[in-house]
Design a protein around this ligand. Structure first.
Ligand code: CMP
Length: 153
């Protein structure tokens, strides 16, 4: 079992698509291990996307990512990085495959609805911007507490 990081971007959150996107991710067999809605500061976004700092689209990307709340999540499945990127689709929505999250919800290359990490190493680095280790739930936390245990209290 492996984990990856994803972030629903301000256009998808603002357009009310958070629930539908999380449902697509869960429906593809992912377990949600951590979930948080936050507004990134410019400093947060510049640090998160530091690898792109010399690219011509960097300022536009930072401005967009700070334009409203995002929803950050750590999700778990076999081959999580590859499997999530498969259902997310191409970075450029014009090239995204039918049925992918970006085909359904992205508006442009910048406003492309969702981010998904591209390697295990980058996933760990990226989720550390949003989650402390104790905010990422292990499988044991996910199992519902037996009803009789609660009802007997
Ligand atoms: P994301 O998966 O979050 O990773 C980096 C982001 O930069 C990418 O999605 C796009 O939103 C954005 N991006 C990548 N290439 C370009 C580009 N050529 N023009 C504008 N934005 C881009």
């Amino acid at each position: 079992m492996s984990r990856t990081f994803t972030m629903i971007k301000p256009n998808a959150v603002g357009n009310g698509h958070t629930g539908k996107i999380l449902d697509m991710i869960a429906g593809a067999g992912f377990r949600i291990c951590a979930l948080k809605m936050v507004c990134m500061s410019r400093n947060d976004a510049e640090r998160f996307y530091a690898v792109h700092k010399d690219r011509p689209f960097f300022r536009r990307l930072v401005t967009f990512m700070t334009s409203g709340p995002i929803v950050a999540a750590v999700v778990e499945k076999e081959n999580a990085v590859e499997e999530l990127r498969r259902i997310v689709g191409s970075t450029d929505p014009a090239k995204a495959e039918a049925g992918t999250i970006r085909k359904l919800f992205a508006e442009s290359l910048t406003r492309n609805a969702i981010h998904a990490s591209d390697s295990d190493e980058n996933a760990r680095e990226e989720w550390s911007h949003f989650f402390a280790p104790d905010e990422i739930m292990d499988a044991g936390y996910w199992l519902p507490c037996p009803a009789e245990e609660i009802d007997s209290k």
